[in-house]
Design a protein. Structure first.
Length: 310
């Protein structure tokens, strides 16, 4: 098993996978909270244009994808905030335009081809370079800093924007910051999971953690733990079975979700029955301000069957 570490490209792939396992659920928990689970998929479509732009200009595709996907995420957030009747149409055009732009630019590039896009669409452990690891590490540090350092503010905004605005939080700034952080997370994950599957890794570990935990902190910790386990396991599996790592990781994440759901269902029913039983128990506490009646003649003391509350 440990012979996998003898390969330099697998060392880089495992480092990238661990970082992806941390960052994707850390951002995904906020997207799930605000019911924007599909946002990562839309950013992935836009990031494809950034990847192709990197091939066209000769720059590192990771950094060009960061710039383009961040711009796309900001546009998505502005459309969500201001778009009313035709917001969904504008988002659809943004998603499909990003995919079409990526295919067009990659064919205009003298060094790129559709095969290059495939490694970004579905992930490829053999193509993670040392420069990619450096870029992914820097971007992952930014994501962790934002998602943990501003967790109280981001949670408040995702829970209730109006309440957060009343309390004085910069709601618009926090929303844009979360959108940019989600875009950065997509570019972090695209080399391992792939742009088309990164949204699943942002959502499924969080959904699995919600089956077993209640508090926000515990859900976040468990989601990150699940993310790291499935990314590392899926990467190792893809190495030995010669299958795309993104598909392996997502299938493992869904399997974990199914397992936690199967285990959590009977526990939830047991807690519900216990709560119902406790609610049906009669109250034995005396009423406020009540006093016990004097014992009847011949009684042995208080607490007998003749005692009443008056």
């Amino acid at each position: 098993m440990l012979e996998i570490l003898d390969y330099a490209f697998m060392q880089r792939a495992l480092i990238a996978a661990a970082l992806v396992g941390i960052t994707a659920p850390a951002v995904g928990i906020y997207l799930v909270q605000r019911r924007q689970a599909i946002m990562g998929d839309g950013i992935g479509h836009v990031a494809l244009t950034g990847v192709a732009l990197g091939f066209l200009t000769g720059a590192n595709p990771v950094w060009t994808a960061v710039a383009v996907s961040a711009l796309g995420a900001i546009l998505m957030e502005l459309i969500r905030s201001y778009g009313k009747t035709r917001g969904d149409l504008a988002l659809a055009m943004l998603f499909y335009g990003g995919m079409a732009g990526g295919v067009l630019l990659i064919n205009l590039s003298p060094t790129g081809s559709n095969a290059n896009l495939t490694t970004y669409l579905f992930g490829s452990i053999t193509t993670v370079s040392r420069e990619d690891v450096t870029a992914i590490t820097c971007l992952a540090a930014f994501v962790v800093l934002i998602t943990l350092g501003l967790r109280r503010q981001l949670f408040a905004v995702c829970q209730d924007e109006e309440f957060a605005r009343v309390t004085g939080l910069p709601v618009r700034t926090l929303n844009l910051l979360l959108a940019v952080t989600a875009a950065v997370t997509v570019t972090v994950a695209m080399r391992v999971v792939g742009l088309l599957l990164v949204s699943a890794l942002m959502v499924v570990p969080v959904a699995a953690a919600q089956q077993a935990t209640r508090g926000f902190a515990m859900t976040l910790a468990l989601a990150v733990a699940i993310g790291v386990v499935v990314t590392l396991s899926g990467t190792v599996f893809s190495f030995y079975e010669d299958v795309p790592p993104g598909a392996s990781i997502v299938v493992l994440a869904i399997a974990v979700f199914a397992a936690t759901t199967a285990l959590a269902a009977p526990l939830a029913r047991r807690r519900a029955r216990r709560a119902a039983a406790e609610a049906e128990e009669p109250c034995a506490l005396p009423l406020p301000g009540a006093r016990a009646a004097a014992p009847a003649p011949g009684a042995t003391g208080a607490g007998g069957p003749d005692d009443v509350l008056v």
